[in-house]
Ligand binder design. Structure first.
Ligand code: ADP
Length: 671
C-alpha cells in the first residue's frame, strides 16, 4: 500500500526528473526560453542567451524592459488573443537586447492547462531573427532600388521613337522597348526570349545580325550599319542602327545592346533633292534646245540659261553640303544622347539628368528648377512651350515639341525635341520625358528652305522678263505671219508658263515651311469660284472635256485665292494624268455642315500603296506613264496644307487604269 506521503514523494521525483530534462533541453537550445504566468503579468527567464538577462526571479516589468514602445500594442494584442482563444502565441517583434542594442525576435509560447482546462502557465521560446530581418530589409531595399532603376529606364526607352533592344549571345532578345514591340506587333511575353527569326525577321536579315553579334563577341567593338526593308504599314523604310557590346566584370562580352533609328524621311529628302536637280538639268536642256531654234535673235535668253546653269550648280553644291551635314548628324546620334526629366505633379519637383542640364547650358552638378529651365527657352518659343506643357499636364496628353534653347552659361543655341507623358505610379502623378538634340537637323531644314526660297525667287525675275520678250516677239511675228517661228515661240511660251508654275510651287513650299503663308479668311460663294474655274478651263483646256455639274450657292469662310489654287491644281492633275479626249467631271455637293468638291478623271489611276503618300512633300508615283509628265510632287502637298489650315479634309479614291477622284471638304460658314 502506498501512503499519501509516498505518492507526494513519487510526484516530486517525477517533477525533479522532468525539470532536469527541461533544463537539458534549455541548455541545448539556442533560443531564449521563458515562462509566463497565466495572465502574462510575470515572466520567468529560463535562459537569456544574451538577448535577455539571465535571472531566476520572476519579473513584472518585462514588457517595458524588453519591448520597444512602438511594438507593445501589437505584442499585447497577440497576447490577449492567445489568452482568450487559448491558442499558441506567436509574433515577430523588435526587442531590446541585454547590451541595450535592439534586434528582432520570433516569440512563440504554448499554454499549459490544469485539469479544468484553465491556463496555469505559458512556456515560450524567443529566437533571434535579427540577421534574417536585416537580410530581408536589404533585399527589400535592393529590390526597391532596382525597380526604381527599371522605371527610369522604362521611361527613357518607352518614350523614344527609336528602337532599343538587347541580345544575349545566342541571338535571343532579352529586352525590347515599346517602340520595337509595337513595330513587331508583339507583346513582351511573345517576343522576349525569342531570336530574330522567331520575331519575324527575314532569314538574310537575321543572319546578318547574328554575324554582327559574333563579330562583336570577338572584337568587343560596336558595329554601325544601315538596312532597308518593308514595314507592314509604312511601306519601305530605311533604318540606321548601332550594336554595342555589353561587358561583364571580367571585360568579356555578355550581351549586345542596340539602337535603331528610322531615317527614311531623311533619305527621301536626299533622293528628292537629287531628283529635283536632275529635273532642273533636264529643263535646262529643253530650254537650250528652244534657244537654238531662235538662235542669236535672243541674247537675253542665252543669259538666262547661263544664270539657270549657275543656279543649278549652286543647287548641286548645296546638295553636297546638306549631305555632309546629314553625315555629321548621323555620327552624333548614339544611344547615350538623350536627356531625361520628370516633374512631380503635386510637389512640382523637377528632376533632370546631367545630359538634360547640358542641353540647357547648366553644369552637370548644378541644381536646375523648372522655371530656370523654362527661362532658357528662346523667347519666341517660351510662351508656346509653356502653354503646351501646361495643357499636356492638364489633359494628361502626350507632349511632343521642338524648340531652340539658349545655354545658360555658354549662350549656345541648341534645338531640342522633347517628348513627355504623364505617368501614374504609387498614387502619384509624374510628368516624365526625354529630350534629344536636333540642332543640326533644324539648321539644315532652315538652310534648305531659305535656299529653295532664294533660288525660286531669283529664277522668277529672268523668267518674267523672258516671258515679256517672247510675247512681244509673238506679236511682231504674227504681223509677218511666219508660221514656223510662231509655232516655236508658242512652245517656248508654254514652257515658260510651266516653269513659272513650278517655281511658284517651290516658293509656296518654302513660304509654308517658314510659316510665311497667310490664310486670309472671308466669306464667299464656292459656286462662283467654281464658275470661274469653268471659264478658265474652257479657255485653256482643249485636250479634254471638262464637265462642271451645276452647283448651288455654297457659302464658306475661307481664303478664296488659295481654294481657287486647290481646285486649279486638282483639275490640272486630272488633265496631266488622264489620256487626251477623256472626260473630267467637277462637282460640288454640300451636306449638313460641309461642302464637298470632287474632281473625277478617267486616267491611269493610282495604286493603293501610293495613294496614302501622294499628299507627301516631293512624292511622285514612279512608273513609265508618269515619268514623261513633269512635276516635283509639291502640288498635292500644297493642296493638303491649304485644306488643313482651313480645318477641312482632302482625300483621293482611285482604281488603276479606271481613274481617280480627288475630293476636299470645307466647313460651311454658319448662317
Ligand atoms: P506632280 O504632279 O507635280 O508630280 P502632285 O503633288 O500634284 O505633284 O502629285 C503627286 C503625284 O500624285 C503625281 O506625281 C502623280 O503620280 C499622282 N497624281 C496626282 N494626281 C493624279 C491623278 N489625277 N491621277 C493619277 N495620279 C495622280
Amino acid at each position: 500500500m502506498i501512503r499519501p506521503s509516498d505518492n507526494a514523494k513519487i510526484d516530486e521525483n517525477a517533477i525533479t526528473s522532468s525539470e532536469a530534462r527541461l533544463r537539458a533541453l534549455v541548455a541545448a537550445s539556442s533560443d531564449v526560453i521563458y515562462s509566463m504566468s497565466a495572465d502574462w503579468s510575470e515572466m520567468r527567464e529560463l535562459d537569456g542567451r544574451g538577448i535577455l538577462s539571465d535571472t531566476d526571479k520572476p519579473i513584472t516589468d518585462w514588457m517595458s524592459k524588453y519591448i520597444p514602445e512602438q511594438e507593445r500594442g501589437r505584442v499585447q494584442a497577440a497576447i490577449d488573443e492567445a489568452i482568450s482563444l487559448k491558442k499558441v502565441f506567436q509574433v515577430e517583434h523588435r526587442v531590446f537586447r541585454a547590451d541595450a542594442s535592439w534586434g528582432w525576435t520570433l516569440s512563440r509560447a504554448i499554454p499549459i492547462f490544469n485539469e479544468h482546462g484553465a491556463i496555469t502557465e505559458w512556456f515560450g521560446t524567443a529566437a533571434d531573427i535579427t540577421e534574417r530581418k536585416r537580410a530581408e530589409q536589404e533585399l527589400r531595399d535592393a529590390k526597391e532600388q532596382s525597380e526604381h532603376q527599371k522605371r527610369v529606364y522604362e521611361t527613357i526607352t518607352g518614350s523614344t521613337p527609336d528602337l532599343i533592344y538587347v541580345f544575349d549571345l545566342d541571338y535571343r532578345f532579352t529586352y525590347a522597348n515599346s517602340a520595337l514591340l509595337t513595330m513587331w506587333g508583339k507583346t513582351w511575353e511573345t517576343a522576349i526570349g525569342r531570336n530574330l527569326l522567331e520575331n519575324g525577321y527575314e532569314p538574310w536579315h537575321a543572319e546578318m545580325h547574328e554575324r554582327e553579334i559574333d563579330e562583336i563577341k570577338l572584337t568587343k567593338q560596336p558595329i554601325r550599319g544601315e538596312v532597308s526593308f518593308p514595314h507592314a504599314i509604312l511601306g519601305k523604310r530605311v533604318y540606321d542602327y548601332i550594336l554595342i557590346p555589353v561587358l561583364d566584370e571580367y571585360g568579356q562580352v555578355e550581351a549586345v545592346a542596340g539602337t535603331t533609328r528610322d531615317v527614311t524621311e531623311r533619305k527621301q529628302w536626299e533622293e528628292s533633292l537629287a531628283q529635283s536637280s536632275e529635273q532642273l538639268q533636264a529643263m535646262n536642256e529643253e530650254l537650250a534646245a528652244t534657244n537654238e531654234e531662235q538662235a542669236a535673235s535672243n541674247e537675253e535668253l542665252a543669259a538666262t540659261i547661263e544664270e539657270l546653269a549657275m543656279v543649278n550648280q549652286q543647287l548641286q553644291t548645296a546638295h553636297h553640303k546638306i549631305e555632309g551635314a546629314e553625315e555629321s548628324l548621323r555620327m552624333a546620334i548614339d544611344a547615350g544622347r538623350l536627356g531625361t526629366f520628370y516633374i512631380g505633379s503635386s510637389d512640382q519637383l523637377f528632376v533632370t539628368s546631367a545630359r538634360l542640364k547640358e542641353f540647357f547650358g547648366f553644369l552637370p552638378k548644378e541644381e536646375v528648377s523648372s522655371e530656370a529651365a523654362l527661362n532658357q527657352i528662346h523667347p519666341d518659343y517660351r510662351q508656346e512651350v509653356f502653354d503646351m506643357v501646361k495643357s499636356a499636364f492638364a489633359r494628361r496628353s502626350r507632349l511632343d515639341i521642338e524648340c531652340p534653347i539658349i545655354g545658360h552659361h555658354d549662350g549656345k543655341t541648341r534645338w531640342v525635341r522633347a517628348i513627355g507623358e504623364m505617368q501614374h505610379r504609387d498614387g502619384n502623378d509624374y510628368f516624365t520625358g526625354v529630350l534629344h538634340e536636333i540642332t543640326e537637323k533644324k539648321q539644315d531644314e532652315i538652310r534648305k528652305n531659305d535656299f529653295i526660297g532664294m533660288v525660286s525667287h531669283e529664277l522668277k525675275t529672268p523668267l518674267t522678263s523672258m516671258k515679256g520678250y517672247i510675247q512681244v516677239l509673238l506679236m511682231k511675228l504674227r504681223q509677218q505671219d511666219d508660221g514656223f517661228v510662231i509655232g516655236a515661240l508658242e512652245k517656248a511660251n508654254a514652257q515658260v508658263a510651266k516653269m513659272t508654275n513650278m517655281i511658284n510651287g517651290f516658293l509656296n513650299v518654302s513660304r509654308l515651311e517658314s510659316g510665311k503663308i497667310h490664310i486670309d479668311l472671308k466669306e464667299f460663294d464656292l459656286a462662283l469660284l467654281i464658275k470661274e474655274a469653268e471659264e478658265e478651263s474652257l479657255a485653256t483646256i482643249t485636250s479634254h472635256t471638262v464637265v462642271f455639274e451645276p452647283v448651288e450657292t455654297t457659302l464658306v469662310n475661307a481664303d478664296r485665292d488659295k481654294i481657287g489654287q486647290v481646285i486649279h491644281n486638282l483639275i490640272s492633275n486630272a488633265v496631266k494624268y488622264s489620256p487626251p479626249g477623256s472626260t473630267i467631271n467637277v462637282a460640288c455637293i454640300s451636306d449638313l455642315n460641309k461642302a464637298n468638291v470632287h474632281v473625277k478623271d478617267q486616267g491611269m489611276g493610282i495604286k493603293p500603296d501610293d495613294l496614302s503618300k501622294i499628299f507627301d512633300r516631293y512624292y511622285r508615283v514612279e512608273g513609265n506613264q508618269t515619268s514623261s509628265v513633269s512635276g516635283f510632287g509639291i502640288g498635292l502637298y500644297l493642296c493638303s496644307e491649304i485644306i488643313d489650315r482651313h480645318h477641312g479634309k482632302i482625300w483621293a479614291e482611285s482604281e488603276v487604269d479606271k481613274g481617280s477622284t480627288f475630293s476636299f471638304s470645307l466647313p460651311l460658314s454658319q448662317v
